[in-house]
Design a protein around this ligand. Structure first.
Ligand code: FAD
Length: 498
């Protein structure tokens, strides 16, 4: 166990209590709170809550937390204004992209915490089964909901559900979307696909004063529902899933809001001093490790930045670097997926990248591996195999190695199309933070130069930026990383020493 995880285990919840105190002191109650309307996209024409309704509903999908959630805060504000009960629904799908039981267990345990917390605030929680455009629609009709609020997830499937719901909701029920994930709402930052971090940085930074603000608390809801709602059976839910169960869950990441805040606390207290200088060294424990909780929306980036900024005097460079990654890079990824429907395909790359990959399509490859060989860490490269082991076993590959890993898949695969497809598949299947805009953009950056520029032309890569083993050796002690993660064989998440 690393020093920081020992410290984390020993730590009490002092940080959680301090955040609660801060939230209470943040200002007005949610009803008086002046909600920044730019966080909302009204998707249907009518924006009045339906008359004689029996409640309003927040369809939670990307942001599975109670506090620090602009979408839930906005729904509560509407419910209070209209003096009606407040409902939260989460639609659980039997399968989502390439996610496995590893992801589902993490999500479901987090949702159990959400249900308990909502109950303590007199807010109803219902776990619905099936696609939101049918399951939620039925809930709205059966329970006479007067408005639907949802969060923002710019991947194709969630965007399709939102659009479909918009078409099929009863005409008197408005639907709106609140960006509860990005600090500056994606549609406010820019109305087009941005070229790179350079072009989006100032568009975001210039709006932080307006959007990087404290959260009011979600309060005890005064209007109780008299309707007979279905109780959640968590055990059966886990049983009926149709996902791959061969990929083990990870034990280091404690699901839910509290687990996320504990990780934040250990980052800010134990690792922040190293973040600026050592975050590209895979042998050092310097990263925040927060991506699994960010991906499932169990904690908010905005909360983490507000907390991190309290350490700015002591660790200025590290805080700036963390803000660059957690705000600029991540919001750039959302921008790409929102404005480019081909975010997971070579078709979504810039023309120069498509042309250069095409020109080098027939170049001789020294090594060619199948997906199965990649998945089982059976390449000739001990660093690549060790990184793949870390992904499979730990559920999170170090950020620096993710770039090397994906670029080598391009180098050792017959076509760039297969390389991109396989990198996305392995990432989504094993990474705790997979199925995320950051992941699609990470793979697109590595394999098709998205948000990057053209470099010196070479075989297979063309003008796509190249990385090699020697370069890694110059950056960190490759042998140390290989000693820790190499020399193993695994099948589907279960690893044994060779
Ligand atoms: P930290 O360095 O502590 O960063 C804090 C947060 O900043 C991250 O949690 C993330 O939200 C954001 N961030 C950091 N780096 C990036 C980046 N390059 N792009 C966008 N946001 C960033 N990130 C995912 O969240 N999910 C993925 O599935 C994913 N797959 C990737 C695949 C490849 C091939 C590459 C090159 C990158 C991928 N990334 C992915 C981006 C990045 O590597 C991870 O966000 C980071 O390693 C997560 O670890 P951390 O939270 O400890 O990072």
């Amino acid at each position: 166990m690393s020093d920081s995880s020992q410290a984390k285990k020993a730590r009490t919840s002092s940080f959680i209590e301090a955040i609660e105190e801060d939230r209470k002191n943040a200002g007005e109650s949610v009803l008086d709170f002046k909600f920044n309307k730019k966080r909302i996209r009204i998707l249907t024409e009518l924006d009045e809550v339906a008359k004689n309704c029996r409640g309003v509903v927040y369809w939670m999908f990307r942001d599975s937390r109670v506090q620090d959630n602009w979408a839930l805060l906005y729904t509560q504000k509407i419910a209070l204004k209209n003096k009606v009960p407040l409902h939260v629904c989460f639609c659980i799908l039997p399968k989502f992209l390439d996610a496995t039981i590893r992801h589902y267990k993490f999500l479901l345990k987090g949702l159990e915490e959400v249900e308990r917390e909502l109950k303590s605030l007199n807010i109803n929680f219902t776990l619905l089964h099936g696609e939101p455009n049918s399951a939620l629609l039925e809930f709205v009709k059966n329970y006479k909901m007067g408005a639907v609020v949802t969060d923002f997830f710019p991947l194709k499937l969630p965007m399709f559900w939102v659009n479909d719901l918009k078409k099929n909701l009863p005409k008197n029920v408005p639907l709106c979307q609140v960006d509860a994930h990005n600090i500056v709402p994606c549609w406010v930052t820019s109305d087009k696909q941005e070229y790179s971090a350079r072009t989006i940085r100032n568009k975001i930074n210039s709006k932080l004063d307006e959007f990087l603000t404290p959260y009011p608390p979600v309060i005890n809801h005064p209007h109780t529902s008299e309707q007979n709602l279905e109780k959640t059976d968590w055990k059966t839910t886990l049983k009926v899933l149709k996902v791959d169960r061969t990929v083990d869950e990870v034990t280091w990441a404690k699901p839910g809001y509290k687990g996320g805040i504990l990780e934040l606390e250990s980052f800010l207290k134990d690792r922040l001093d190293l973040y600026n200088t050592k975050r590209n060294d895979p042998t050092v424990d310097a990263l925040s490790n927060l991506s699994p909780w960010f991906h499932f929306g169990m904690i908010s980036v905005q909360r983490c930045i507000l907390e991190a900024k309290k350490f700015k005097k002591k660790h200025k460079e590290s805080i700036e670097a963390f803000m660059e990654e957690a705000i600029i890079r991540s919001e750039l990824a959302d921008n790409f997926c929102f404005y480019n429907e081909h975010y997971d395909s070579i078709k979504g790359a810039y023309q120069w990248a498509i042309d250069t990959l095409d020109a080098h399509r027939k170049d001789k490859r020294e090594y060619i591996y199948s997906l199965d060989q990649f998945e089982k860490s059976l390449t000739h490269d001990d660093l690549w195999n060790a990184a793949q082991n870390q992904l499979v076993e730990y559920g999170k590959m170090h950020g620096f190695l993710r770039m090397y890993w994906a670029k080598k898949i391009l180098e050792w695969t017959e076509s760039p199309e297969d390389a991109l497809k396989w990198a996305i598949y392995l990432n989504d299947r094993y990474s705790m933070d997979g199925c995320d805009p950051n992941g699609y953009v990470g793979c697109m950056w590595s394999i098709c130069g998205i948000h990057d520029q053209g470099w010196k032309e070479r075989d297979i890569f063309g003008k796509i930026r190249y990385m090699n083993y020697k370069g890694c050796q110059r950056k960190f002690a490759v042998s140390e990383f290989v000693k820790k993660w190499g020399g193993k064989v695994h099948t589907h998440g279960k690893t044994e020493k060779k």
